[in-house]
Design a protein around this ligand. Structure first.
Ligand SMILES: CC(C)(COP(=O)(O)OP(=O)(O)OC[C@H]1O[C@@H](n2cnc3c(N)ncnc32)[C@H](O)[C@@H]1OP(=O)(O)O)[C@@H](O)C(=O)NCCC(=O)NCCS
Length: 196
């Protein structure tokens, strides 16, 4: 087992694998979709931009031991999205270890509303609380991003209101480790889903 594979997470339908250059075609297809990026940057990424993101993310895995995973459907080996545990930042381009952990998600448009984001989110949150010992977990989004807000709520997060992160005013949600342990159902085999 390599050091990288230690960070892989498995759910009923997904493998979460640290983002890798081998994932470039699938991640580029995801990130080049302006509808997927609507509330994130407002425009699709070029393949070269996605390649540079993967490079930065790989460096973060080496430095911190957590960052962005590629979501791969176990049934088909297709890339269906990405998700992260990382530190928030007020500004700049790199996560700030002084800031709280955040959880994030992005799913291919033709795979929306199939439960992939929440399935991955539960596994990533469990990783943050158990493996990283996170005291709390934040999630932030554009206040108009109803889909992301729905995932946050379904994860059991509560709304902190509008806060400034990433040099933007964003809607901010939080779940503490105590609340997670008391109420969350960790991702595990056997959850009811039909498609792969
Ligand atoms: C946000 C996103 C990742 C959700 O992915 P998904 O796989 O479709 O979400 P899920 O299927 O796991 O849905 C989880 C819950 O959210 C609800 N939901 C999903 N999309 C929704 C929408 N557009 N409006 C309202 N509720 C929505 C689902 O119904 C489900 O709740 P339920 O089980 O109680 O019905 C996806 O819409 C996406 O990739 N958006 C673009 C990228 C993005 O904005 N990422 C977040 C940046 S902060």
């Amino acid at each position: 087992m390599t050091a990288m594979s230690l960070h892989e997470l498995t759910t009923e339908r997904l493998r979460l694998v640290p983002c890798d250059h081998a994932h470039l075609p699938g991640l580029s297809a995801l990130n080049s979709d302006p509808e997927v990026m609507r509330y994130i940057t407002g425009r699709g990424e070029t393949p070269e931009e996605t390649r540079a993101v993967i490079e930065r993310v790989r460096a973060r895995w080496v430095k911190w031991g957590y960052s962005w995973w590629t979501m791969i459907a176990r049934a088909s080996d297709e890339i269906v999205g990405i998700g992260c545990i990382q530190n928030l930042r007020k500004s700049g381009t790199e996560p700030d270890p002084e800031c709280p952990f955040e959880i994030g998600w992005r799913v291919r448009r033709d795979r929306w509303r199939r439960g992939f984001a929440i399935e991955a989110a539960r596994a990533m949150a469990e990783f943050a609380f158990t493996e990283l010992g996170a005291p709390t977990l934040y999630a932030v989004c554009d206040p108009q991003n109803a889909a992301s807000i729905a995932v946050m709520r379904k994860l059991g997060m509560h709304c902190r209101g509008i806060e400034e992160w990433y040099a933007r005013r964003v809607l901010t949600y939080e779940i503490t480790a105590a609340t997670w342990r008391a109420s969350a159902v960790p991702a595990r085999p056997g959850e009811a889903h039909n498609d792969g």
